[in-house]
Design a protein around this ligand. Structure first.
Ligand code: FAD
Length: 248
């Protein structure tokens, strides 16, 4: 994994407002947002957690994508739960407790050219920056035509599922399509697509694929799979933007 600088300019202190678990596998945490914490949709930041007596060699600091939009008054994050000290501490801090967030970073932003249709390709936890971008585009009426293709094992595990469905009704230029790969493990009814994401799904659900811009985010394996699908469609590299969640 790439070395990250240890020192960051002036971290901000934020407090935990709410936390939610999805199917026991994904944790969503919402923090207060300092008035002077400016970021652009799709960015990430380092979170540094207080010591709650759980330690490992990787420590209590990680980069996570910001799931909230700049138009919102809070900072949201979602992560897959693991045994690491960072994740176990994040799962234990209490409402009202303080953590530190560092300066926002990253260049996952919408194209300047709003004529070019955009497709977000997300699998599992790779959905995180796309909530920020989709909410931003809706709240600020950026004019982008966005299709979000989201692959999840079950609806229970699909973070922000209800929100994305609602956003589709609110913003005529935002189209949301989810596909579930393990409905046999779900207790919820699902009227949408089932099965793995493949190049045929992309062609069907994003008919502008021959000229559209693609955004892919998530753990390296998932990003690799999505890039293989785009290679099958011969999408040139200059139309693909990637955010790899190194550290998975
Ligand atoms: C730009 C960016 C945005 C990200 N956004 C998100 C996000 O929104 N949500 C999210 O869940 N994650 C995100 N990540 C990844 C996140 O920072 C964590 O790395 C990831 O969640 C795994 O954390 P963990 O505590 O479970 O890791 P661990 O369980 O500690 O380790 C995960 C894997 O890394 C290996 N590993 C252990 N120590 C090291 C080490 N020192 N160096 C390298 N590998 C090691 C382990 O063997 C294991 O295979 C993002 C990463 C980047 C770079």
């Amino acid at each position: 994994m790439e070395e990250q600088p240890e020192e960051e300019a002036m971290p901000h202190t934020v407090t935990l407002k709410q936390r939610k678990e999805y199917a026991g596998d994904v944790l969503f945490a919402e923090f207060s947002r300092p008035a002077d914490y400016a970021f652009t949709a799709g960015q990430w930041c380092f979170l540094a957690l207080p010591d709650r007596g759980i330690a490992d060699e990787r420590g209590l600091r990680r980069h996570l994508s910001i799931t909230s939009a700049p138009e919102e008054d809070h900072l949201g994050f979602a992560t897959k739960i693991s045994d690491s000290a960072f994740k176990q501490t994040l799962a234990r801090i209490e409402i009202g407790e303080e953590i530190r967030v560092e300066a926002p970073k990253g260049r996952l932003h919408l194209p300047a050219d709003t004529d070019r249709p955009v497709c977000f390709l997300a699998g599992g936890i790779g959905i995180t920056p796309f909530r920020s971008l989709a909410v931003h585009s809706t709240r600020s009426s950026t004019g982008h035509r966005i299709t979000l293709l989201y692959s999840s094992r079950t609806p229970e595990e699909a973070v922000f599922l209800d929100e994305f469905q609602a956003l589709g009704g609110e913003n005529a230029r935002f189209r949301f399509v989810a596909t579930m790969t393990r409905m046999q493990q779900s207790q919820r009814s699902w009227a949408g697509r089932e099965g793995r994401m493949d190049s045929q799904v992309i062609r069907e659900e994003f008919p502008e694929w021959e000229r559209g811009a693609f955004y892919v985010a998530g753990p390296p394996n998932m990003v690799g799979t999505m890039l293989e699908l785009l290679a099958e469609l011969a999408v040139p590299e200059e139309r693909i933007t990637v955010e790899k969640f190194m550290g998975y």
